[in-house]
Design a protein around this ligand. Sequence first.
Ligand SMILES: CNc1ncnc2c1ncn2[C@@H]1O[C@H](/C=C/CNC(=O)c2cc(-c3ccc(F)cc3)cc(O)c2O)[C@@H](O)[C@H]1O
Ligand SMILES: [Mg+2]
Length: 214
Amino acid sequence: TGTTRPQRLLRAVQERATRGDSESVIAAIDHFCRHQEWAMNVGDEKGFILDSVVSEVSPQTALELGTYCGYSTVRIARLLPPGGHLITLEFNPNYAAVARQVIAWAGLEDMVQVVEGASGDWIPHLREHFGIESFDFVFLDHWKELYLPDIKLLEECGLLRKGTVLLADNVICPGTPDYLEYVRKSQSYESHYFGSHLEYTRAEDGLEKSVYLG
Ligand SMILES: CNc1ncnc2c1ncn2[C@@H]1O[C@H](/C=C/CNC(=O)c2cc(-c3ccc(F)cc3)cc(O)c2O)[C@@H](O)[C@H]1O
Ligand SMILES: [Mg+2]
């Protein structure tokens, strides 16, 4: 049995990136995905949009659904303000193990908590377990059919506040039609679509930014 793609991606980081330099970790992953093996990271083009939204929100509390190898985790965590903290939920233990090492290589382990388990199981316990009142920012990038049920759960658990910013990856490809319809029609959200491309390809994709109005 050989290595998995996430393990090969981690090796590329350890061979090409400088420990403690988050920019070099991001560049190493983008290089690996462009020139060695495509992987479902948000990528550099959509990553630039993610960066701008995170910088605008400057969140003290951030949540990511679907860590995978930790690429977007690093992009978000490197832009958090002093005291800022990111919780990222990942239910595949092998992916979580790789992500922890990628995040550590970037020197961001103090700002990030990788929580192993299913989003639906963990969301109801985030307040009591991590002392979170509400989230300033949520990045959605896990199974596409779970975007809608999970934001409804976040609403029900009172983890969204007036002004919480949700940013969803892949709203075109692979697509999240039920989520998109909900946030665009609901009186509780102000939504905006950022057109871009599927990571490392020319296919259309984009991010949907939705502000919770309470
Ligand atoms: C059950 N709830 C959950 N709780 C926590 N983590 C969960 C999770 N579900 C899934 N996950 C994890 O999120 C990640 C899943 C992401 C799913 N993403 C995609 O399918 C995806 C797929 C594409 C894609 C696009 C075009 C194409 F041809 C092939 C793939 C592009 C993307 O940017 C994607 O994000 C994994 O790490 C998985 O273990
Ligand atoms: Mg994605």
